[in-house]
Design a protein around this ligand. Structure first.
Ligand SMILES: [Zn+2]
Length: 363
């Protein structure tokens, strides 16, 4: 007995008892518990981040009820986060405790064929923080601490708050979509959907020098916000022939480029109908797995349909644009609340409460 006790005691001395933290756990579909759980332990290439702010993403809200199949419980969700490094692994270089950081929402493998080609967003086996599928589970940031590998970290500029930094991911998604779209100064652009990503696409198009930026949505409040953030024209999709209205604003030709940021059949069709011949239609939204497209219009008008997936290196630019005030992230911030109110806010977002765009939790 005694020797066993000593043995256990030796182990106990070499590794202190696990520290605990508060975490908002999706314990089953549509049900959260604020639990006391062990802090994540870090691998040699990882840092432990004390989370200061974390956004609730649309994909978290859709994932909550099981419909997306990408939040298999139990899981701590949350991939749009910022915080302070609390601990660094033995192989970590260039980062130290106390650093203010945000991180890529995806954990990609550095020696992947795509990563080596500079397309880490397409790399195989890429995992998303705070997501669980049949293939992987990675605990996220709706908690006091989260562990992430060093190669996905970004330093937060001094004048950018943790809340602003928690909103950098959707800005980067918008910048990535622009990077795949041929745009010249004074081009005309249509943005179908004025939700969060759409509003960042509009701001980025203004920075890229577009002369005419046409926002299309069903919600007049969102269209008003789109106008405030850089849209030169707004069209409520209920107001009749949208394509004709766009033509009237674009010399009768249609827009030079369009962006679809909803991901549904009717909006994809609108994005295709609103462009001129030879244009690029960049597809960002992907709610529906399958939509019908007007094939002949795409072929005979020689359109290019360009998919845009997540982010591929746009974090630094997004942080710089927030830092210099050229991208306004506060405009889409609806509420900043403590982590323990998270479950309630999930419910309100799930119920599509009017006027709610982005909610940020503060652990
Ligand atoms: Zn997200």
């Amino acid at each position: 007995m005694l020797s066993q006790h000593l043995k256990a005691g030796t182990h106990g001395n070499s590794r202190p008892p696990a520290l605990h933290m508060k975490a908002l756990v999706l314990t089953e579909y549509n049900h959260f518990d604020l639990q006391d759980v062990p802090q994540p332990t870090i691998r040699p290439n990882e840092v432990l981040v004390r989370v200061q702010a974390v956004g609730i993403c649309g994909s978290d809200v859709h994932g909550m009820d099981g419909s997306s199949g990408r939040r298999i419980p139990p899981i701590v969700m949350g991939h749009e986060a910022s915080g302070i490094i609390a601990e660094v692994g033995s192989d970590v270089r260039g980062w130290t405790t106390g650093d203010r950081v945000t991180f890529d929402s995806t954990v990609y493998v550095l020696d992947d064929w795509y990563s080596r080609r500079g397309q880490y967003n397409l790399s195989d086996g890429r995992e998303v923080v705070g997501v669980s599928t049949p293939d992987f589970k990675r605990q996220g940031a709706f908690a006091e601490f989260v562990a992430v590998p060093q190669h996905i970290l970004y330093a937060i500029p001094d004048n950018v708050t943790f809340t602003q930094a928690a909103l950098v991911e959707p800005v980067a998604v918008a910048l990535h979509a622009l990077s795949l779209t041929p745009i010249q100064v004074n081009d005309s652009a249509v943005v179908v959907g004025s939700g969060m990503i759409g509003l960042f696409v509009i701001q980025a198009l203004k920075l890229a020098g577009c002369g005419t930026i046409i926002a299309i949505d069903l919600d007049d409040d969102r269209l008003a916000l789109a106008q405030k953030l850089g849209a030169t024209h707004t069209i409520n999709a209920r107001s009749g022939d949208v394509a004709k209205q766009v033509q009237e604003l674009t010399h009768g030709r249609g827009a030079d480029v369009s962006f679809e940021v909803v991901g549904a059949g009717p909006t994809v069709k609108t994005a295709i109908e609103c462009v001129r011949k030879g244009a690029t239609v960049t597809l960002v939204g992907n709610l529906a797995p399958t939509v019908e497209i007007p094939l002949q219009a795409v072929v005979t008008r020689q359109l290019r349909l360009q998919g845009s997936c997540a982010i591929n290196g746009e974090y630094e630019a997004a942080l710089a644009l927030i830092s210099s005030g050229r991208i306004n992230v506060e405009a889409i911030l609806s509420a900043e609340v403590p982590l323990d109110e998270g479950a309630d806010w999930f419910k309100r977002l799930y119920a599509k409460e009017k006027g709610l765009i982005k909610v940020v939790l503060k652990p």
